[in-house]
Design a protein around this ligand. Structure first.
Ligand code: ATP
Ligand code: MG
Length: 402
């Protein structure tokens, strides 16, 4: 008996028209990379599925990794036996160890028409066997547990544990996007939603160090370390924002500070996008959630960008965003305390209907070119890889031209 791993690809990948072969190829490469180092060997390949041989002890880790792998509709641990009933019973016996359930069903699929029994006969015989061993009842609809048996020429496959995957498209098939990552709950979820659509996301975090502590930087790094699981390679730009803030604090009406911070963030992110070859930006805004996210303020902020700014959470409420953050494993990091650049100097009464005229007048007093250059030059860039270790970070000077 051998342990195999069956991976079914996300159904949407079958709909990709002319791009379909490319999308499937990328999805398969992504799955193979997720299993790196586990000793998985590709055995068979169908248009929408992959079959790997897997050392038995690698299953728990393979399961954990595949649960974070985009492009996977579902996957299963499968036992391969000779194509006879006795061997299948042996495999079932093995699968039943340590399991309890009250109802079950066997689903047989016979692709080898030379097999001496029909599918319903196999279902009945194996069903009786499981019933005898467990005392559970057979239930064809809504069974607690299902065992799928595939009868192939020369072998039988018994699916003993099936898990749902994340779905989504594999990284990079949709091009590159720069996501603004704050350290709050929303922006990591927004970045993830774009990763799911096949965008290769590059993260940008603005931090108030050395004006304030470096806590938000550490948080952004921890979030990147979590998010890299969905993309396998992820770059994080840490941008010093305190000079921009200092100038805004001095030159702009207090009520307009956050709107101006945001406009500068978009501008700097856009410069990074140009460098990275990204065609859009992404933020975690949700309409009306806080003062800076009123329609008027989003409009005033948006005018600073020329690239499209994607806001995948614009129609989500906080509960939905929190639930998703917990699902993708960023929530616990996001709620850690930090000193974020926007909150500390936030005015008590921020403007909720920013007037673009006031914004532009204040900005005219700021040395835009100089502030942008300072922020870009002071950057640190970290690259994360998964599975595997974090790659070394380097300041932008070692990374290439600003
Ligand atoms: P989040 O939970 O993502 O922080 P929020 O509800 O707190 O969002 P804001 O603080 O108004 O909302 O931020 C709106 C968006 O602006 C964030 O989702 C993020 O994309 C971007 N942003 C805010 N602060 C920063 C920062 N320091 N660095 C990078 N992006 C930021
Ligand atoms: Mg925030």
């Amino acid at each position: 008996m051998e342990t195999l791993l069956l991976v079914n690809l996300f159904h949407e990948l079958a709909l990709k028209g002319k791009n379909r072969p490319l999308f499937l190829k990328r999805a398969k490469a992504h799955v193979a990379r997720a299993l790196k180092g586990l000793g998985a060997a590709l055995e068979g390949e169908w248009p929408m599925a992959l079959l790997f041989r897997l050392p038995e002890e690698a299953w728990p880790e393979a399961r954990t990794r595949l649960q974070d792998t985009l492009g996977v509709e579902g996957f299963a641990r499968v036992l391969r036996t000779p194509a006879d009933l006795k061997a299948l019973k042996g495999a079932l016996e093995e699968a039943l160890k340590g399991e309890t359930f009250r109802s079950f069903r066997i689903t047989a699929k016979r692709s080898d028409k030379a097999f001496p029994l029909t599918s319903p006969e196999v279902e009945r015989l194996l069903g009786a066997f499981v019933q005898e061993r467990t005392g559970a009842e057979v239930r064809l609809k809504g069974a607690e547990r299902e065992f799928v048996v595939r009868l192939l020429p020369g072998a039988a496959l018994l699916e003993v544990e099936r898990r749902a995957g994340l779905g989504g498209l594999p990284p990079g098939v949709s091009g590159r996007v720069v996501a603004l990552l704050s350290g709050g709950i929303d922006s990591p979820v927004a970045a993830y939603r774009l990763m799911r659509r096949g965008a290769e996301v590059v993260l940008v975090h603005f931090h108030p160090f050395p004006l304030l502590s470096g806590a938000s930087r550490e948080k952004a790094k921890a979030l990147a370390e979590r998010l890299v699981r969905f993309q396998h390679r992820l770059r994080l730009h840490l941008v010093p924002f305190s000079e921009v803030q200092r100038h805004i604090l001095v030159e702009a009406p207090a009520a307009y500070r956050v709107v101006l911070y945001r406009r500068y963030m978009l501008r700097i992110a856009e410069a990074i996008a140009r460098e990275e070859g990204a065609l859009a930006l992404c933020t975690g805004d949700s309409l009306g959630q806080v003062a800076s996210q009123t329609l008027e303020n989003l409009h005033a902020v948006n005018q600073a960008a020329t690239l499209p700014v994607f806001r995948p959470l614009i129609g989500w409420d906080k509960q939905e965003i929190m639930a998703e953050a917990k699902r993708i494993g960023t929530y616990e990091t996001s709620i850690l305390p930090d000193e974020e650049c926007c909150t500390l100097f936030a005015p008590r009464h921020p403007v909720t209907r920013a007037d673009l005229g006031v914004v532009l007048k204040a900005e005219a007093r700021l040395p835009a070119g100089e502030l942008m250059a300072l922020a870009l030059k002071g950057r640190e860039v970290f690259t994360y890889a998964w599975p595997g270790k974090r790659l070394e970070g380097a300041s932008i000077m070692e990374h290439g031209p600003a």
